[in-house]
Design a protein around this ligand. Sequence first.
Ligand code: PLP
Length: 369
Amino acid sequence: MSRSGPAPGGLPAAVLTIDAGAIAANWRLLAGRAAPGRCAAAVKADAYGIGVDAAVPALVGAGCDTFFVAHLDEGSRVRALAPDATVYVLNGLRPGSAGDYAAARLRPVLGSLDEIEEWTSFAQGESSAPPAALHVDTGMNRLGLPPQALPEALRRMTPALLMSHFVSAEIADDAINARQIAAFAAARALAPGVPGSLANSSGLFLGAGALHDLSRPGYALYGGNPTPGRPNPMRPVVTLEATIVQVREVEAGATVGYNARWTARGPRRLATISVGYADGYPRSAFGADDKPGGLALVAGVSCPIAGRVSMDLIVIDVTEAPAAASRRGDVVTLIGDGLEIDDVGERAGTVGYEILTNLGSRYTRRIVR
Ligand SMILES: *Cc1c(COP(=O)(O)O)cnc(C)c1O
């Protein structure tokens, strides 16, 4: 991912600020919940869009020594930033890639007898093949061995970690949580002495049955709320700000943007800001006559998005904002200052996870340590 510096000739169009200190503080809070088990960090998808180069050093500094990524190449990037860490690759072993895992000292998370076969036959020929984890499926039906195949898998290998993944951990009273907790306990009973790992961010808030030897939070590290519907215990990590490029006054009946989806109900003051869907801001956050959209904060005042989100521009209704803070060149906030990524996701009909992972490479990025 490219990291541009400040735009030549003045203010950058949009700035993404990453608070690395908040990532470290969030890890410490989650590690406290995971105790006496240990706490890892999920840093797949470039640390959920935040950038592994910002996240991994902060996490290592806080004491994190185990990371989970999705792909082999993501693992290699983490390995370069954290030479001594344990790095697991969740999406398993791509056919023929065992040597690449060993070369980068990455641990595949194996989820089928075929993968186990390929890994064990590779490892036998090596003096020091890295250990591997085993994923047992307890209800997701996405990755991992069915529990019935676990005895056979354990005859063929002794994993360094036995893991499973929650389906609905963020919905604390969903009955499937208790079923998965019980199924994972039964799986672990077949593998005495093998460390277990079950909880993601929200799983850390499901009680003792979800806590095993290693927890694997991701979203909450980056400021996402692991307990939706309840106050967010995490510190915000991401702030997204954009600059106003033009301001106009319109009369009642004026429409805004492509396809004229938003109509002024009276005289309004509109500001056009220099961010759009090509930057990763969701197009689905548009505000229309029949649908509220996303918000921007102007001097702390919530200003609704008016009309479609364009590729490079968004129009916001700044009528309620102080005129002195909504002129050309002023800066508005799209994420941060109390506008949480969970809210941004909800207003765009998606989840905060998707808002984070879409944070584009077009922003000027600032890392605060
Ligand atoms: C992404 C992921 C995590 C982290 O989940 P969060 O909800 O972001 O905390 C943990 N385990 C697995 C298998 C994952 O895919």
